[in-house]
Design a binder for this molecule. Structure first.
Ligand code: DGY
Length: 326
């Protein structure tokens, strides 16, 4: 019997690639690299499994992949997949929750500190040779400890961020979640509130919720106007949750003090995006989970998922797809 085939569409560490090769034939083709696009498309009709991330897998792609049984995403977010189409076609989707929680929470806290204490701007001041006397108050930052942190989306990452803020920095935490969820913190340290309250009362508003049709564009002119004057927005979720033109206006008007952004509507961030060089924006290239340890852990879990699913076993992290309509 011929071996099943796996399409690897993002680079994997060699040890993880070797684990797949032991059991299956592997085709490597990254559709985000122009000269590998055709190889990616050519492979689709042949493959039983796919592993990768950061590329839109829609119904048109799935229609070419008749034999596909499983896609293992090397990400926790599943917004790059047309979920209804996967469900309709009976394809299993796996992802990598859990292993990146603390790493992403670290990065979000770095964005809170970096935006508020103006770390990148001040480092550039030193690097540019401008530090020839003590800085004046035009370069002072703002305290983080003791300020109110609003967390929109209170899953694993939101809760890990809340722990850092409440227990490490003495910050009152407000959170907003789709479904009722326990704060996970000692009594009185965090409170579930409606979104509008959270926006109006928080010094920092941090987005850590999934991108779905319901959350797309949810931070627009109305929401920015509701935020406290001088508040800071941190987005570690997905770019399209924020209406970027409205954010730029809120920063330009002085209503918002700053924004720390790890994600953008279009990634990589286009050179002509006003957010790229905006003096009040601390931009990062979508690196929430990008540490050596965590990216390895994500690859290991993604390969575990793939091998279990293709082998007829129970993958450790299957994403629950929506019920098939009709
Ligand atoms: C995730 O795992 O969803 C991270 O945002 C990387 O894409």
């Amino acid at each position: 019997m011929s071996r099943k085939r796996v399409l690897v569409y993002r680079q994997l560490p060699p040890e993880q690639l070797a684990r797949i090769r032991c059991e299956y034939d592997v085709i490597e083709a990254n559709p985000r690299i122009p000269d590998q696009q055709q190889a990616f498309l050519d492979a689709l009709p042949e493959v039983h499994g796919m592993i990768g991330s950061s590329y839109l897998i829609d119904d048109a792609i799935l229609a070419q992949a008749d034999r596909l049984e499983v896609i293992s995403s090397i990400s926790v977010g599943v917004d790059k997949f047309e979920l209804d189409a996967l469900a309709r076609r009976g394809i299993t989707l796996c992802h990598t929750p859990g292993v990146l929680t603390e790493t992403v929470a670290d990065l979000l806290f770095a964005l809170i500190l970096g935006a508020s204490r103006r770390l990148v701007e001040l480092a550039r001041y030193v690097q540019d040779g401008c530090w020839n006397k003590s800085i004046g108050d035009e370069l002072f930052g703002w305290d983080v400890h003791g300020k109110t942190l609003g967390i929109v989306g209170y899953g694993r990452i939101g809760q890990a961020l809340a722990r850092r803020a409440a227990l490490g920095f003495g910050m009152p935490v407000l959170y907003h979640a789709r479904n009722p969820v326990d704060s996970g913190l000692p009594e009185g340290k965090a409170h579930a509130v409606p979104l509008d309250d959270l926006l109006a009362r928080s010094d920092f508003v941090t987005l850590v919720l999934p991108l779905t049709p319901q959350t797309q564009g949810m931070m627009g002119p109305r929401e920015f106007a509701l935020m406290k004057p001088g508040a800071i927005l941190v987005n570690g979720a997905r770019g399209p949750i924020v209406q970027e033109d409205a954010l730029v206006r809120a920063l330009d008007s002085g209503h918002l003090r700053a924004a720390g952004l790890d994600v953008f509507d279009v990634e990589p961030l286009p050179l002509d995006s006003p957010l790229r060089t905006h003096p009040k924006v601390l931009p990062l290239p979508h690196v929430g989970s990008a540490t050596h340890e965590t990216r390895i852990a994500m690859s290991v879990l993604a390969v575990d998922n793939l091998l279990a699913a293709l082998g007829g076993g129970r993958p450790p992290a299957v994403y629950r797809l929506p019920p098939v309509a009709g």
